[in-house]
Design a protein around this ligand. Structure first.
Ligand code: USQ
Length: 395
């Protein structure tokens, strides 16, 4: 039975990933320091519903399915915590029991501060973002260098690493011809937040580890994710993933639907021509699964663009209004002065074929899919706090 280690297993993507692999018979261990939920409390931002602790979720999962997800609570910026996951001390000194043995075949690295606005609240949160994201990645690389070079890293990167260049975006690499000679380089990167910049630095660290120590890395350049339910969460409401709709941790589609449900005018930033590649949370799970089945080779940094379709902020707002109106909501659209420094009208033509080629079957953001999300959000309507929807964290 293949052993999957999920770093950041309490987050929006980490927990659904854990259930997904566990339900398919993998041995799954999740590690987290509760950064996300603690930050939600510290910054007083709303979650749509409370989520049980990781240990409680693992217990509920086991009661519902008879399968076990191991939980380790640890801060992976501490190198010793990271190393204990790979150095053969297994059973993990922090784990609930010691029945899992062996080094993980695959490590999924989600253990990052994932929010652009968080990284720009002020210098303190900028430093937390830099320290967390870079130290966790570096600790992982050294742990694998020293103990487990065979372990495949699947890292969630971001499309935001590329920014919005005026040329087509390739999948990670670009062939350059210069003065009659050619070579292949990482596609140029120019992020528009400090968080996104840490992901560029992650890629550079991993590329270094691949070149120096023949590590095996798949870096998934993911766009903003939307969605709540996954196949595995429907068995019990308490297994739903953490869902944010606030300005800091909420992403645009999840925010717009929540705003529509509570009668808050949709917060389109600036002109609304900002175009990004989007994907359903169910497709994140498929993408990491297909990547796990067909791992990168030793000494390979394999990069896929993990998006399924592109939309502008205006298109998403229009779609939300259309679906909301059909469900009886009076949805209004507002154009706020853009708190971010980003292009509001730009060329955007990314390639995203690699994951399809290894077997991913995309879900698209149809009106029906959005309607399903509305129906889940409306169940929690009384929990929605209007005061956390927009505070205006400026770049
Ligand atoms: N936007 C609005 N109104 C809102 C929220 C966002 O117009 O209320 C616009 C933003 O200005 C931006 C776009 O929608 O142009 C996407 O914003 P977002 O907050 O949904 O996503 P972003 O900050 O880009 O970050 C999210 C995740 C991050 C991931 C990234 C993928 O939080 O972890 O890396 O999506 S990407 O955007 O492709 O870099």
């Amino acid at each position: 039975m293949s052993h999957i280690l999920i770093l950041g297993g309490d987050g929006y993507l980490g927990w659904p990933t854990a259930m997904y692999f566990s339900s398919r018979g993998y041995q799954v261990t999740v590690v987290d320091n509760y950064f996300r939920r603690n930050s939600c409390v510290e910054l007083d931002v709303g979650m749509l519903y409370p989520v049980p602790s990781l240990q409680e979720r693992a217990k509920i999962w086991s009661e519902q399915t008879g399968r076990e997800i191991k939980v380790v609570i640890a801060d992976l910026t501490d190198p010793e915590s990271m190393r204990s996951l790979f150095d053969g001390r297994t059973g993990y000194s922090f784990a609930l029991d010691h029945s899992f043995t062996g080094i993980p075949d695959t490590v999924m690295h989600y253990a990052e501060q994932p929010s652009a606005p968080y990284s720009l609240i002020n210098y303190k949160y900028a430093n937390i973002t830099l320290a967390n994201n870079l130290l966790v990645t570096n600790n992982l690389l050294f742990a694998l260098r020293d103990f487990s070079r065979e372990t495949h890293i699947i890292h969630i990167g971001t499309m935001g690493e590329y920014g919005t260049p005026n040329i087509d975006i390739e999948e990670g690499w670009l062939d350059i011809e210069h003065k009659g000679r050619t070579d292949r380089f990482l596609f140029p990167r120019q992020a528009s937040s400090l968080y996104h910049t840490t992901k560029i630095m992650d890629t550079d660290l991993m590329w270094f580890g691949v070149r120096m120590w023949d590590l095996k890395v798949t870096d998934l350049m993911q766009g903003p994710v939307y969605g709540i339910e996954t196949e595995e969460s429907v068995v019990d409401d308490r297994l739903k993933t953490i869902f944010n709709y606030d300005e800091i941790f909420g992403t645009i589609v999840n925010r717009f639907i929540t705003q529509a449900v509570v009668g808050y005018p949709l917060t389109v930033y600036g002109q609304g021509g900002q175009t990004r590649g989007y994907l359903n949370i169910k497709d994140t799970l498929q993408c990491v699964h297909r990547s796990e089945i067909t791992p990168a080779k030793p000494g390979e940094l394999r990069i896929f663009n993990q998006i399924m379709e592109t939309f502008s902020a205006n298109e998403l707002a229009e779609k939300t209004r259309r679906v909301g109106n059909r469900l009886g909501y009076d949805v209004r659209i507002d154009h706020l002065e853009n708190p971010r420094k980003e292009a509001e009208e730009h060329y955007y033509n990314p390639t995203y074929q690699g994951l399809i080629d290894i077997g991913v079957e995309p879900h698209f953001l149809t009106d029906e899919v959005m309607e399903e999300m509305f129906r889940v959000v409306q169940q929690y309507q009384s929990n929605i706090r209007k005061d956390v929807i927009f505070k205006g964290i400026t770049w």
